[in-house]
Each structure stands twice: as C-alpha cells, then as structure tokens.
Ligand binder design. Structure first.
Ligand code: HEM
Ligand SMILES: [Ca+2]
Ligand SMILES: [Ca+2]
Length: 310
C-alpha cells in the first residue's frame, strides 16, 4: 500500500514508511547520492546537517532553505556558508525519474541529514516522512541562534521550536563535525571585547592553535574545526572539548557555565548519573527537530526541482 502526495491529509503527521511501495527506494537513493557527494567532498556532510537545522528553524522543515533566487533564505548571512545543495538537487532528479511527483525536497533534506551523520560514523535512526515543500522563502525570515548567544537565549530559541534543553545540548553536539569561518571566531582569539587579549574563558593552550589557523589579518573565509582533531567523526569528542574549553564558538563554550547544560554534557561523557547515550539522543532530538511546523495539507506542494517552487 503506497502513498502519493495526494493522500497527505490536512493535519496528518509525517510517519516512518510514508512512501511505502509508491517509492520503495527513496531511502537508498538519497543515501547513495549523499554518499557520492560526501566522498567527493567531505565538507558536504556537515554542510547538509546544518542545512537541515536552518531549514527547520525558519518556516519549519519545508525545504524553504533550498529555494534559489533574489532575497530567498539562501541569500541571508548565516546561509551563505551552507554547503551540499547539489547533493539534494541530484537526489531529487533521481527520485523524479524513479517516482515522479512523490517525494518532497523537505523529506529529501531530512533523509540526507541522517545520512550525513551515518557517513561520519554516527548512529542512524528511523526518519518519519511525508512533509510537503513550502512556497515561501524570504531572507528577512532568517533569524537563527547566533555564535555569541548566551545559554538562556539558546534555551529560549529552542523552546520556541518545541525543543527542550536536552534537545539543545544534544543537537548542538552536532558541532562534532564540520567547521566555522575564521571571520566569525577569530575576534575572540585575538582581541576579546577590545581588551587586546583572547577571551580568558578559552583554554589558553587552545588559543595559539586557532590563532595559527585563523591569523588576524588572514583570509576571513578560511575555516577552523568546530571539534579540533575530530571534525570528521560523529562522536562525543566535541562535548569533551566543551568541558575543557577548547571550542571556537562562544555559544558552545558557555554551555559549560550553565548548571543545567553542564549536567547534560556530564551525563553524555559518563561523568554523572544517569548516563545518556549521545548516539541515541541525537536521533531522538533530530526526529523532534524534523517535525517542526511541517506542512502536510494544502499549505504545501511537491516541488519538481528543489531550487524553485512549481
Ligand atoms: C544554538 C544553536 C546553534 C548555533 C548558535 C550554531 C552556530 C553555528 C555557527 C556559527 C557555525 C559556523 C558557520 C560558518 O562559519 O560557516 C555552525 C556550524 C555548524 N553547525 Fe551549528 N549552531 C547551532 C546549532 C546547530 C544544530 C542544531 C545543528 C544540527 C543538528 C548544527 C550543525 C552545525 C554543523 C554541522 C556545522 C558545520 C557546518 C560546516 O562545516 O559547513 N548547529 N553552527
Ligand atoms: Ca524551512
Ligand atoms: Ca567529532
């Protein structure tokens, strides 16, 4: 019993197995296309994971981040460094050949994000499917948590999207892969708040490393690992780096100062009971994030290409 786009009723939630026989190979097709793109450029894995987050936090998980053109979300500051659009578009092309008009770009991006985690050594999870694609994408809607946000602000931003503090710490744990632009981080490593000194809350032994990677007058678009030495592996190493203050984003560093977020990190690292398993929690929180404000009724469509509305 397969499903087609026309059977997405108003108010129906995405569910595991949604496409059924209607598009049997949807998961394996997305997996193989993403694998190919990550093999040719490993930066696509973190790029795609972050893209899914940026999609879900702006107008819900509706593929709005994928639309190209003047003043679309893609043109907004935080999205200019997104990577992996070609992988999503190629998966869409393959799926249009296999099961035309059935699989939304929002679903493809959701599946691709899981694949990015699995390809970097993370644990997989079952992905509910059946999202529709949105028709609106505006740069002015792109209001996302920022790299200098305090913990309370991060908690509030996530709570506004139905995500609790465990989800926050877990999902930010996604910074276990990928990189940040030097232009965004180096200020705190050379001249913190006009002091002429690095941010004193950064581990002093970590400072020269980032200074070398991101020279003060060097290329602002050079990139530095979010999880130094483990930026290609989906593991708990990033959370240990938060514990030892060896991370480049201030928003990550401060997660150790708040008693609640610190306790969660300690549980992930086995330093506090009851322990939490990062692999399991990451899948759980990703499923929650992937269900933010999804479109399933007349408010969406199945795009023919992911970069443009029909
Ligand atoms: C408080 C929430 C968050 C903040 C403030 C934040 C901030 C950032 C910043 C500033 C960068 C560097 C971007 C660049 O310079 O190109 C980044 C990268 C990244 N973020 Fe986040 N992020 C947050 C949550 C998340 C979540 C929920 C995920 C996914 C589950 C995620 C996944 C990533 C990944 C994978 C990268 C690396 C991207 C790449 O290498 O291309 N982040 N984040
Ligand atoms: Ca969206
Ligand atoms: Ca890592």
């Amino acid at each position: 019993q397969g499903n087609s786009g026309s059977r997405r009723g108003v108010g129906q939630r995405p569910r595991v197995g949604f496409y059924g026989n209607g598009c049997r190979n949807v998961e394996s097709i997305v997996a193989s296309v993403v694998r190919k793109h990550v093999q040719s450029n490993p930066a696509n894995a973190p790029g795609i994971l972050r893209m899914h987050f940026h999609d879900c936090f702006v107008r819900g998980c509706d593929g709005s981040v994928l639309l190209a053109g003047n003043n679309t979300e893609r043109t907004a500051g935080p999205n200019r460094s997104l990577r992996g659009f070609e992988a999503i578009e190629e998966a869409k092309t393959r799926l249009e050949a296999e099961c035309p008009g059935m699989v939304s770009c929002a679903d493809i991006l959701t599946l691709a994000a899981r694949e990015a985690v699995v390809l970097t050594g993370g644990q997989g999870w079952r992905v509910p499917l059946g999202r529709l694609d949105g028709r609106i994408s505006q740069a002015s809607d792109v209001i996302l948590p920022g790299p200098n946000d305090a913990v309370d602000k991060q908690k509030r931003d996530f709570a506004a999207k139905t995500l609790n503090t465990l989800d926050l710490v877990t999902l930010v744990g996604g910074h276990t892969i990928g990189t940040a632009g030097c232009g965004l981080v180096r200020g705190r490593f050379f001249n913190f708040n006009g002091t002429g000194q690095p941010d004193p809350s950064i581990n002093p032994s970590f400072v020269p490393l980032v200074q070398a990677r991101c020279p003060q007058t060097g290329d602002a678009s050079a990139r530095v690992d979010l999880d130094e030495g483990s930026a290609g592996s989906f593991d708990t190493s990033f959370l240990s780096k938060v514990r030892s203050s060896r991370v480049v984003l201030q928003s990550d560093l401060v997660l150790w100062n708040d008693t609640e977020t610190r306790a969660i990190i300690e549980r992930f690292l086995g330093l506090r009971r009851p322990p939490l398993r990062f692999g399991t929690e990451f899948g759980n929180s990703m499923v929650k994030m992937s269900l933010i404000e999804v479109k399933t009724g007349s408010d969406g469509e199945i795009r023919r290409v992911c970069s443009a509305i029909n």
